[in-house]
Design a protein. Sequence first.
Length: 356
Amino acid sequence: MTARQNPDAMSFWEHLDVLRGILFKIALITLLFAAIAFAFKETLFNIILAPKNDDFIIYKFFRSISRIFSSDGNDGHFAVQLINTGLAKQFVIHMKAAIYAGFLVAAPYTLYQLFRFVSPALYTNERKYAVKVLGGGGIMFAFGVLLSYFLIFPLTFRFLGTYQVSEEVVNMISLESYMDTLMMLCVMMGIVFEIPILCWLFAKFGFLTAEFMQKYRKHAVVILLVVSAVITPTADIFTLTVVALPMWILYEASILIVQRTKAAQKAQEALEEEEERKEDEAWRARQQAKERQTQESETVARDGEAENQPEDYNQTYHYYDDRIPDEKKTPAPPKRNKQQENLKRLKRSRKKKKRK
């Protein structure tokens, strides 16, 4: 694990100054994009108000399917008129829509700046996880928003906008209600699409297992159906299925992600154990090599001492033995061939090496 950078080199107030600068940059970029969106009012509201028109792409798709399976003459066209109930409401809604658009467009830059702020305090592997979480979370959130805009909100709006308890009661839907419902569903589906990222993160920390998710799959399906019914309160089973199907696919994909995460962790642990075993073996080999070098140097030193001894070494001390008559004299050992002694020493050292 690579050591992380030292965040303590800066004081608390210096960190606060850096964070203040980052937040100022984020706010500046967001306001810049918001001003651009505010200037292009017609384009902005053409995108926002497109799901209320019966020529929206998803309505055309379902009409083409309904023509194949039914011939009751119902063309599926509808008309919903939005109204404004306040003097300054339209201007305020225009500003809010521009700010929302600026925030969404500036979201990648915001995530990048926040990651730059926290990355010096993270280890290398932690930075990799942070990049995956931020990048994957942003992409999945965008998918959820697009799904809500192109599928969930149009179906919800069509049902609620055309639903009548009596023909005498006319629906008068305000622009503010339309905008609030659109934003709420987009944010909700964006959060729902974070399920795979959260499951992957929990699996990394060891809080979640694929066996647990498989065991409670039936309970999860019931919860998903309830959430789908809340998001799209419609009696149409087809609409409910269309909304619940992506959630169920996300849940199943999360199980596969958790399984692969656990398998990758086990493989990584096995690889780390193998590397540790190889390092231990290399350390033992180095220690044995050092011991062999030490033994060889000691052997060479003993051989050098034996060569430097005089041939009449034992006779030299006979003079002193003759002057001590009380002690028993020990006969001098017979001379040996130096080459034979060296060969015996080498044989003994080799036997010791083989035993080791």
